[in-house]
Write a protein that binds this ligand. Structure first.
Ligand code: PEP
Ligand code: MG
Length: 550
């Protein structure tokens, strides 16, 4: 079907979120607002009951969103809604709502005021992770407001799937998008790294953000969304439509063939055309992801972010709790290797009961191995649990955020102390377990040769290595482009580290996000990287790309 409109073509640019294309009619999202402020109050008790009911409904909806995200996308993406649920249970927030109601406000006004205050308070926090939570409180309070006012968000449709246009979409709205109805979405605002973008990517929805305000006169117009190119073409010419459809057909053919090809590689070693094997490992943030890693043919786990067990507790987990969780993971890996990273707390990973000090620059502060070496009992509890679990499968230990030889020596000494204790207690462990470190700082790159004398392996954490090399906060969305455009210094550092490590017979992997960038796979093969560790959805793609490398 060709476009019936005879309007002048309009071409817009934005940030493409998924490398996909879609064609269809534009439908603007209309948020139907109730008159919030003018609502008379029903009396304090009745208003509080009304607001409490809306909060309860909000909690229920948030739990549903969490389950939906968990099922569709996995633990990492679902976590957004865990944060939403926390806000709806937060004592300070509930107290603020209550006191507004008992000062005579309506439920709508109370919610608007309390969330505005909380949003302002969060936005003013110096910690970028916490200040970014302001968007979450906005999202969650909108959910509750909808239950109060029966606000509806509607795009007028004729039942046909459409391209949704909105000023912005919250994560809650994104996760609820019906893939059978929504061909793609376009937002006036938004960034490439927002939670909404992360969800759209994980859901495979073509999306274009940050296109600027769109005139509603184009509501219903026919358009071509090319998220690969980052463009939206409204009222396209017939020639454009034909060319676009050719691309769609070829996308489909390629996707189908590629999918079949990748599945055929599932349980084969990833070997370059010149015969070099590169291990493809999985990065896991939680034990729930083990099944996904195995189903997608992971050769092992290259990074288990062990913070998850601490984040899920309200107090320090015991050695027994840690041991049981670690043993279960290595057992489920059935002889495949699991690299467990020791606790990387601090900076963006705050755990309240650790009582870590407030710092001006937490990313440069008291974190990771620094905390472990200052709190030895805590560190030894984790090391003992890992050692004990090593008798249940193939387990390696890896230290994060290393900057000096002394940190590694000291950690090794503590590991040996734990081994001696366990021996005395007749507790089994693998005395040959491999011990490695992450390369996440320029200091570690420079000290590779000396460090290689102390450890069995290295894994490059390109997320932090980029942050510290480019002097750019990885949590700051305004620096997205800076990270994307300056990979060269990081690649040179990896090459230098790989040469130093290989000259001493060691092995080096990469476990930061760069490991999943298929444009870099050939480079990593060229410098003989031994392992690439990526999140579960990227496992097959990386395996396929390695097989295409020379
Ligand atoms: C990294 O810094 O690249 C890394 C893998 O660790 P995290 O993202 O957990 O800091
Ligand atoms: Mg890191």
């Amino acid at each position: 079907m060709q476009s019936p409109e005879k309007h002048e073509a309009l071409r817009l640019r934005g940030i493409g979120i998924t490398a996909r294309r879609a064609e269809g009619r534009l439908r603007f999202l209309h948020r139907v607002k109730g008159s919030r402020r003018s609502k008379p109050t029903l009396g304090k008790e009745a208003e509080w009951a009304r607001l409490s009911a809306a909060l309860a409904a909000g909690r229920k909806k948030t739990a549903l969103l969490y389950d939906r995200a968990l099922q569709m996308l996995g633990e990492n993406e679902a976590r957004i809604f865990e944060i939403h649920a926390m806000f709806l249970e937060d004592e300070d927030f509930l107290d603020a709502l209550r006191s507004e109601i008992f000062r005579g406000m309506s439920s709508e006004e109370a919610l608007e005021r309390a969330s505005r205050e909380m949003e302002a308070m969060l936005s003013a926090l110096p910690d970028p992770y916490l200040s970014a939570r302001a968007a979450d409180i906005r999202d969650v309070s909108r959910t509750v407001m909808d239950f109060l006012t029966d606000d509806a968000e509607r795009a007028e449709t004729d039942g046909q799937p459409y391209l949704l246009v909105a000023d912005d979409l919250s994560p809650s709205e994104t996760i609820l998008l019906e893939k059978s109805q929504i061909l793609g979405f376009i937002t006036a605002r938004g960034t490439a790294n927002s939670h909404t973008a992360i969800l759209a990517r994980a859901m495979g929805i073509p999306a274009l953000v940050s296109v600027g305000t769109l005139d509603e006169s184009i509501d219903g117009a026919y358009a071509l969304l090319d998220a690969e190119e980052g463009t939206l073409s409204v009222f396209p010419t017939d020639g454009e439509i034909d060319a676009f459809r050719e691309k769609l057909k070829s996308d489909d053919r390629i996707a189908l063939a590629h999918d079949r090809y990748l599945r055929s590689l599932l349980n084969k070693p990833a070997v370059t055309k010149s015969g070099r094997r590169i291990l493809v490992y999985a990065n896991l943030g939680d034990s729930d992801e083990v099944a996904g890693a195995l189903a997608n043919g992971a050769d092992g786990i290259g990074l288990l972010r062990s913070e998850f067990l601490y984040l899920g507790c309200s107090d320090y987990p015991t050695e027994e709790q840690l041991f049981r969780a670690y043993a279960e993971i290595v057992e489920r890996m059935q002889g495949k290797r699991t690299v467990m990273r020791t606790l990387d707390v601090g900076a963006d990973k705050r755990i309240p009961y650790f009582g870590l000090p407030e710092e001006e620059n937490p990313a440069l502060g008291f974190r990771a191995i620094r905390v472990c070496l200052a709190r030895r009992e805590l560190f030894k509890t984790q090391l003992r649990a890992m050692l004990r679990a090593s008798s249940h499968g193939r387990l390696s230990i890896m230290l994060p955020m290393v900057v000096s030889v002394n940190e590694v020596r000291e950690s090794r000494r503590l590991l040996e102390e734990c081994m001696e204790e366990l021996q005395r207690e007749s507790q089994p462990f693998d005395s040959k377990l491999e011990f490695g470190i992450m390369i996440e700082t320029p200091a570690a790159v420079e000290m590779c040769e000396e460090l290689a004398e102390l450890v069995d392996f290295f894994s490059v954490g390109t997320n932090d290595l980029s942050q510290y090399t480019l002097a750019a906060d990885r949590q700051n969305p305004a620096l997205d482009a800076l990270f994307r455009e300056n990979t060269e210094p990081i690649l040179r550092m990896i090459r230098k580290a790989a040469a130093a490590i290989h000259s001493r017979g060691g092995w080096i992997g990469i476990c930061g996000e760069m490991a999943a960038d298929l444009h870099l796979t050939q480079y990593f093969a060229d410098i003989s990287v031994d392992e690439l560790s990526v999140s579960v959805p990227y496992l097959l793609g990386v395996r396929g790309k390695i097989c295409e490398c020379n």
